[in-house]
Each structure stands twice: as C-alpha cells, then as structure tokens.
Write a protein that binds this ligand. Structure first.
Ligand code: SF4
Length: 360
C-alpha cells in the first residue's frame, strides 16, 4: 500500500476525518480494491451484515417542467413531444392506492416543476394519501421542488415545509443536488434552486425534524474536485444540522438528454464513487447503491464497496428511464431479497427512517 493510502487507512482506523487532499488522492491515485476494502470495513463497522431495502412505490406526478435541465430526459414542455402528462389529485390518489395491497411502506413522490399547478394541489395529494393510509410513510418533494413551491405560493421555504409536514409528509428525498457548484448549475440547470438554496432547504427541514437524503449526480461536466467539494458541503451541513439519512451517488445517464454526447460512467468510476463517499461522509450513516441508475450488477458489487442500502422496489420509475436506464421499472420484494442474499449480506427490510421491519 502506498504511503498516502496507508495514512488514510490509519486515519480511518483512528476515527480521524479525511480531508479534501485525501479525497482527491483516493479518486486520482488510489487503487480501486484498496479503497473498496477500506470502505467495506467502515460499512461493516456501521451496519454489519445488514443490507437495507424498503418496499415503496414511486409516484411521479407530472413530467411537465419549467426548468428543462440539460441532463434531464424526463421534463418536457406542456405542448411539446415526449408525452407530457400531469396526474389529477384523484389520479395520484388512485395510483398510490393501487399499490397499497402489495405491502408498501412508503409513497415516494417526486415530480417536475409544473408551470400551472398551484402549491395546494401538492398539499392536497399528500393530505389525501396520508388520511387514507396513515401507516404508510410519505417521502416527498426534492429541495428543488420545495424552492419552486415557495416561489409559486409566495410562502417562505419554512412555511412550505411546515404545511407539507402538517399534511403528512414524513421525510424528503435527496434529489436536485446535482453538483453543488453554481458555475456548473448555471450551465446545466440555471432555472432551478442554486447550491445555497438547496442546502438551505435541507438545513430548515432538519431543524423542523424532517429527515432527508442527499444525492450527487456525477459523470457529466463536473471535475473530480467538484465531486469532493460537493461531498464536503454535505458533510458540513450534516455537522451543523444533522438529518441526512443516506447519500445516494447517481451516475449521469445521457440518453435523450442535451448532453447525449457524453458517455455513461464505467463500473470503476461508479464503484470508486460509492466507496469514496463512504469514506468521506463519516457522518452520514447509509450509502445507497441505487439499482435503478447503477444497474443491478453494479449495485450488487457496490455492497462490497461500502454501500449498505439497495433503495426500494419502486413499482414504476419514470425519471431515470426517460434517460435510458436499462433496468426494469420496479422489482418484486422477493427479487430484492434474492439479489442481496446473493452478495452474502443479510437482506433487511426497513421503513423509510431506517427502523428494521424484518430480516430475511
Ligand atoms: S431535473 Fe427536474 S427540474 Fe430539471 S428538467 Fe428534469 S424534472 Fe425539471
């Protein structure tokens, strides 16, 4: 093992935090298997043999979007091609209700930024699902959507969050972080929340007791330094206002986007990113191998590179599939259990906030 790698291993074993230089070294110079081994050790210390999953149902309310980010294949114009749709409140309720019999424990609601639907529309959907199914956790709306709701309603971010919380929103997903660098955001997604706004929503959510996740979209125009800076910003916020449950690295899927000339990242980059995030983000308990975007084979291997969560069964995912995700749109619970078992870990069904429901 080279000297710097040994120093990093020593830091990890003594609980000393890695710094930016360490992160850059891990990406640029370290051996993949050395990084993986360290990350796996950290995972084993945190969650042992458990690999988590939940049984959930994604509800993507609309794909009509005012933002039209360059990396997105999901958002479309109201009048244009690409199959614009917008569920009515009743359709959203029926869509969720149809899945309740399948044993789901979470409704996962994420959408585009619709030009006309008012904030009350979204509050109403959360409220109706929560009233009908109070035991099913509602994880809903990225920080980008929350900032947009504040803009269209004239409310503050805190008021938006409080209203949604009162309606039954239990926690928030981590999407919309992309890369927390405003130069990159101005190029890729100039119309949506900037870095500080994204962080501020999560800061306020955590202060209100709303747990959240966080993501990083990588493999487009960002540099390795941008990725490490991104992780450090998340780590800093977690120190200041804890509430991130998991970090989810998302490889950029170029198909049908304005960046389709960029190639999809390879397995080495995907595994390094999982492992390095496990090592850098010492204050975030869970690292997800999001099978929908990573693909099932890489997600399985990622469990040996520091990831401890395979996310959910999902039922029907639309956002990543618009960008060419080759995975199926949902998988059955038994299939999820088999996939985890095959890796040698203990399939552990959790609820949204990581209470263990059952092991298999
Ligand atoms: S990433 Fe979100 S905000 Fe951007 S275009 Fe797609 S749906 Fe709209």
């Amino acid at each position: 093992m080279n000297k710097h790698m040994q120093a990093i291993a020593d830091k990890i074993s003594h609980g000393v935090r890695l710094d930016k230089r360490d992160g850059l070294f891990l990406y640029n110079e370290a051996d993949l298997l050395d990084i993986g081994q360290l990350a796996r050790e950290v995972k084993m210390n945190k969650t042992g043999q458990h690999v988590f999953f939940n049984v959930n149902c994604h509800i993507n309310l609309t794909n009509i979007c005012v933002s039209r980010c360059k990396f997105c294949a999901f958002g479309v114009d109201e009048e244009g091609t690409g199959g614009p749709y917008c569920m009515t409140a009743q359709e959203a309720f029926d869509y969720g209700s149809n899945e309740v019999g399948g044993g789901i424990t979470e409704f996962h609601i994420v959408s585009a930024l619709h030009p006309k639907m008012p904030f009350e529309h979204y509050v109403g959907i959360v409220e109706s699902l929560h009233k009908a199914y109070p035991d099913i956790h509602i994880q809903a709306f990225t920080a980008v959507e929350i900032v947009y709701f504040a803009q269209i309603s004239g409310l503050s971010v805190e008021q938006v969050l409080r209203e949604l919380q009162a309606a039954g929103m239990g926690s928030m997903p981590g999407g919309g972080a992309e890369i927390l660098n405003d130069e990159i955001r101005r190029d890729l997604c100039p119309k949506k929340a900037n870095s500080e706004e994204w962080l501020e929503v999560h800061r306020i959510a955590h202060q209100l007791g709303i747990l959240t996740n966080c993501t990083m979209l990588y493999g487009h125009i960002e540099t390795i330094e941008d990725r490490i800076d991104h992780m450090l910003k998340l780590r800093e916020l977690q120190d200041e206002a804890p509430g991130f449950q998991s970090f989810i690295p998302l490889p950029f899927l170029p198909d049908n986007t304005k960046l389709s000339h960029i190639s999809r990242t390879g397995a080495v980059d995907d595994l390094k990113t999982i492992a390095i995030s496990r090592l850098m983000l010492d204050n975030i308990d869970h690292i997800k191998a999001f099978w929908i975007m990573q693909g099932i084979p890489i997600a399985q291997v990622a469990l040996h590179f520091g990831a401890d969560d395979m996310d959910g069964t999902i039922v029907e995912e639309r956002i990543m599939h618009a960008a060419g995700a080759q995975t199926s749109k949902g998988i059955g619970k038994q299939q999820m259990i088999n996939l985890i078992r095959e890796t040698g870990y203990l399939p552990t069904e959790r609820d949204t906030v990581y209470n263990i429901l059952r092991t298999y």
